[in-house]
Ligand binder design. Structure first.
Ligand code: THU
Length: 136
């Protein structure tokens, strides 16, 4: 998918959100910015000493939006400033995104605003329903 200036702005907001990350165990801060019909919801990873209790930046942003009454999602950007490689949503986050978004929903990520990748949730999570599995 083609990157436009709105995607770059959304990525910059995700980058800013990563500054709020609580990541003392991984030292891997991540920020997310979710563009919606009701504005932008941000999120960051929030870890826990019981490792499995941590939550990713993407799900933080989604849960903030849904719990505020907003499910009209337009695009999601993810920024992991300490990573040398682009970071895309993990499997659990892909599942959660696919709960609320249609197949063309864009996900933007990358190492810097100059090198962004934009793909649809369909590309990240192709077989998200039993219906699609039947076509295999
Ligand atoms: N993490 C995210 O928040 N989003 C991703 O897309 C990848 C991983 C977090 C989880 C954990 O707090 C840390 O990054 C290291 O995996």
């Amino acid at each position: 998918m083609k990157i436009d200036c709105e995607d770059i702005k959304l990525f910059q907001i995700a980058l800013e959100a990563s500054k709020n990350a609580y990541a003392p165990y991984s030292d891997f801060p991540v920020g997310a910015a979710l563009a919606t019909g009701n504005g932008i919801f941000t999120g960051c990873n929030v870890e826990n000493r019981s490792y499995g209790a941590g939550i990713c930046a993407e799900r933080t942003a989604i849960v903030k939006a849904v719990s505020s009454g907003c499910r009209d999602f337009k695009a999601l950007a993810v920024a992991a400033p300490k990573s040398p490689d682009p970071v895309s949503p993990c499997g659990i986050c892909r599942q959660v995104i696919s709960e609320f978004c249609n197949d063309d929903f864009p996900v933007i990520f990358g190492t810097s605003e100059k090198e962004l990748i934009k793909v649809s949730i369909r590309e990240l999570y192709p077989f998200n329903s039993l219906e699609k599995l039947k076509d295999l």
